[in-house]
Design a binder for this molecule. Structure first.
Ligand SMILES: O=C(O)CCC(=O)C(=O)O
Ligand SMILES: [Fe+2]
Length: 324
């Protein structure tokens, strides 16, 4: 198994025992639920906790950490895959929701975001991802079309550090791979000229088609010039010069070249470093039979790059602030 994957099957019983102590109806009181999850994070099996701490401290070359073999209900005990959000407030805790929050709590603060354009999904920490027939082509609800490479919430001044995706159900045909393109792998493929052009180059990003004033400023590469962060979304970054266009195309090609497909199946949890990889998802075929692909998603903030200013707690909704 690559170092970016941790086999959690040996910890399954221990993890189930932790999850069993969480409130049974998380949405009855989410703040309490998240506090409990963060407390449980301190009791994770040492090996797992060490792996998470190491990833949190230094990241890795792949830009993600995949936890496999986590506990999950037998398929017949799961409710049907949802077709709308949010779920009912009285829905009982699912094991993969518990894993999402305990692991998220080990990394930082579980956080909800006002996205600034009228959230497509409900304004909550706990998101549900499932195919929807009329999904916006740039949203996680797409299935028929490829979800192109992007950074989540790159237009937000407090962009989350991590995106956690936990899987209650994979897609029927095993085609819905999450695509991850790591900047640590892509950088050596870029010429010095392209790197220099993209580093700290400010692009104007319009984030609300209905409001031309709604703009944020996004740099595709920033931070440490030797080990930069990446912020990428080909459909939102508008090239203003031929050099911009060539550089964005080169970055896109480099990310594509190093892309790794990660197929999420039940019991998997993928931690995406939202500063170090651009991600997307391959198209797949939904059947609308109650057994379609079903992921749970949460964003986690840490003190990286100005995400925290003090006094925050897990479960907070971060007001919208455009990136400047
Ligand atoms: O479905 C996936 O694997 C990724 C979804 C995603 O990137 C998103 O919802 O932002
Ligand atoms: Fe995403």
């Amino acid at each position: 198994m690559p170092s970016s994957t941790i086999d959690c099957a040996p910890f399954r019983e221990e993890l189930l025992a932790l999850a069993a102590t969480l409130p049974k109806v998380p949405r009855a009181d989410l703040y309490t639920f998240f506090e409990d999850a963060m407390r449980l994070a301190e009791r994770l099996p040492h090996e797992l906790r060490d792996g998470l701490n190491e990833f949190n401290a230094n990241g890795n070359r792949d830009g993600y950490l995949l936890l496999r073999g986590l506990p999950v209900e037998p398929d017949e005990e799961l409710p049907p895959t949802p077709t709308s959000s949010p779920p009912p407030d009285d829905r009982r805790l699912l094991t993969m929701e518990a894993m999402l929050c305990i692991i998220g709590g080990a990394l930082g603060l579980l956080t909800a975001y006002d996205q600034g354009y009228g959230n497509r999904r409900s304004l909550t920490v706990l998101h549900e991802l499932y195919p929807t027939p009329e999904a916006h082509p740039l949203s996680g609800g797409t299935s028929k079309t490829q979800l192109e490479f992007h950074t989540d919430l790159s237009h937000h001044a407090r962009q989350p550090n991590y995106i956690l995706l936990s899987c209650s159900r994979g897609d029927h045909e095993g085609k819905a791979v999450t695509l991850v393109g790591s900047i640590r792998k892509a950088l050596p493929l870029l010429s010095d000229e392209v790197r220099d052009h993209l580093f700290d180059r400010v692009f104007t990003r319009r984030f609300d088609a209905a409001n031309p004033e709604a703009t944020a400023y996004v740099k595709p590469l920033y931070g440490d010039p030797e080990d930069p962060y990446v912020s990428f979304n080909r459909s939102f970054l508008t090239a203003e010069t031929p050099q911009d266009l060539a550089a964005l195309d080169a970055l896109s090609a480099a990310l594509t070249e190093v892309t790794e497909p990660v197929l999420l199946t039940r019991g998997d949890l993928l931690i995406i470093d939202n500063f170090r990889i651009a991600h997307g998802r391959a198209p797949f075929t939904a059947r609308w039979d109650g057994k379609d692909r079903w992921l749970h998603r949460a964003y986690v903030r840490t003190d990286r790059n100005g995400q925290l200013s003090g006094g925050e707690r897990a479960g907070d909704i971060v007001p919208f602030a455009p990136r400047r």
